[in-house]
Design a protein around this ligand. Structure first.
Ligand code: DLL
Length: 447
């Protein structure tokens, strides 16, 4: 059975799952990518959708792809394409070969579906195992998976990866915070997987039960599935006294296991043998210059049942330059800045919710939860930022609260160029979600 191995890195030992592929030379990696890309096109050509799209782009067979650069000649695939193809317009294998599917919730329109063969699930599990091992977690760890099991990919995705690593897995799923705490105490959970917002909520619940995080055996957390700032990561690390690792993924690319931080936390290593990732300008659709932020576009390289070519994720990030001290050859993505469709336009100024979170979390008095509300006052937009603060501040000098309100408002103005109305709230009073946090409420009338 495979296991986490320790390799001597530049200045520390580096835990690794699959050294042959993780430390592969760039040239060999690119040869592999090209071979996989051609195979992917062959699979894609089994679907009427891609037969049509590739023909429109002047491509009829995998050999039309001469080099990796030719990926740019392939057509884009969008979320709307997936919706139109629902339920099986993008299925590239016989139905009997499919062993699982995951769908999006469909709460905001027609759902989308991704099918998997057993081969696809094995490859996904391998990618997640690499991610887990890269953080230094091993079969000696007890892993409590606090994300939803079911159609959401965070539950089953991490579950199988953790089992492959050989961890003792507690499939707790999301919510029921009292039971989560009980499980953590009874089984000395050492690694958890959750959304960052849920972990912050869990910390408040621990305090409510008089449990000090230090009494638990926790040492690591995998956090992802929603945007969060570096400050939020630091807050989680210091509140729990642990290491927290950023995990990026999306259902269209399997789910978690796309890109993950290693022990050095210098960006998210993207598994380039499984995906080709491009970063493009959202309007010109041209590749952005090295280091510039743009939209992530991804092509699957190993998936049989639902191959996707140049999927427009809407997520915004940039490449991290240079090499990671861990020595892995796979390139790193910077923390996701937000989504191109998340951007708020407030009185004509572009604001990303992540800019607001970043400033809030840098303010020591601010607690773990906040909400951004947009309203219309006459013809103008009004930005209200509601934030929880340390409970003790409510029993002190009321003038100090006014000062804090003004200080936060000014801090935000300097970052986003819009001066918000700041509301201060007691801990636990703003709504909490068990899954992805809903941070923005837009009450402006739609035109
Ligand atoms: O959220 C898969 C996942 C589960 C990733 C658990 C990590 C951990 P979806 O529900 O399809 O899949 O949502 C994907 O969530 O396009 C991003 O906008 C956002 N997202 C995911 N991870 C991160 C992250 C899962 N680390 C969408 N930082 C993506 C910021 C993230 N945003």
């Amino acid at each position: 059975m495979a296991q986490v191995r320790i390799i001597k890195g530049k200045d520390m030992t580096v835990p690794v799952w699959n050294p042959a592929i993780e430390f592969i030379e760039r040239e060999a990696l690119e040869r592999l990518q090209l071979a996989h890309l051609r195979k992917t096109i062959a699979w894609a050509l089994k679907t009427p959708f891609y037969q049509r799209r590739l023909a429109e782009a002047g491509l009829t067979c995998p050999e039309d792809i001469a080099s990796l650069r030719d990926v740019r000649n392939l057509p884009y695939t969008t979320k709307d394409d997936l919706r139109e193809a629902y339920p099986d317009g993008l299925l590239a294998v016989d139905r009997e070969q499919v062993v699982r599917l995951h769908t999006s919730s469909g709460t905001t329109g027609t759902p989308t579906v991704i099918y998997h063969t057993q081969h696809d699930l094995d490859r996904w599990t391998e990618l997640v195992a690499r991610c887990i091992a890269a953080t230094g977690a091993t079969r000696r760890d007890v892993f409590q998976n606090m994300t939803n099991y079911g159609l959401f990919t965070g539950g089953l995705g991490l579950h199988y990866g953790a089992e492959r690593v050989g961890m003792l897995v507690i499939p707790a799923s999301s919510g029921n915070t009292g039971r989560q705490i009980q499980l953590m105490r009874n089984f000395q959970t050492s690694v958890v997987h959750a959304t960052p917002s849920y972990l912050l909520h869990l910390h408040s619940a621990l305090a409510g039960e008089g449990v000090e995080p230090g009494q638990l055996g926790l040492r690591k957390a995998f956090i992802g599935a929603e945007p969060h700032s570096e400050e939020t990561r630091r807050k989680i690390e210091s509140l729990f006294g642990i290491d927290a690792y950023n995990s990026y993924g999306l259902s269209e690319m399997n789910g978690p296991g796309v890109a993950f931080e290693c022990v050095y936390k210098t960006g998210l290593h993207l598994w380039e043998d499984a995906y080709i990732l491009e970063i493009i300008h959202t309007e010109t659709l041209q590749p952005v210059a090295e280091g510039e932020t743009g939209e992530i576009v991804m092509t699957t390289l190993q998936r049989q049942a639902t191959p996707l070519l140049r999927y427009r994720t809407r997520d915004l990030s940039h490449w991290v330059s240079g090499h990671c001290p861990c020595g892995r050859g796979h390139r790193r993505l910077a923390r996701i800045k937000g989504r191109s469709d998340d951007m708020l336009i407030i009185n004509g100024v572009n604001v990303f919710p992540s800019q607001i979170e970043d400033r809030l979390m840098k303010t020591p008095e601010v607690g773990v939860n906040y909400l951004i509300q947009l309203e219309k006052r006459g013809s103008l937009d009004r930005l209200v930022v509601k934030t929880e603060i340390d409970a003790r501040l409510f029993t002190g000098d009321p003038d100090a609260l006014d000062d804090l309100r003004e200080r936060i408002s000014e801090l935000l103005r300097s970052a986003i160029l819009v001066k918000p109305v700041v509301e201060l709230h007691e801990p636990g009073s703003l709504p909490v979600s068990e899954g992805k946090a809903q941070r923005v409420v837009d009450l402006r009338p739609a035109f």
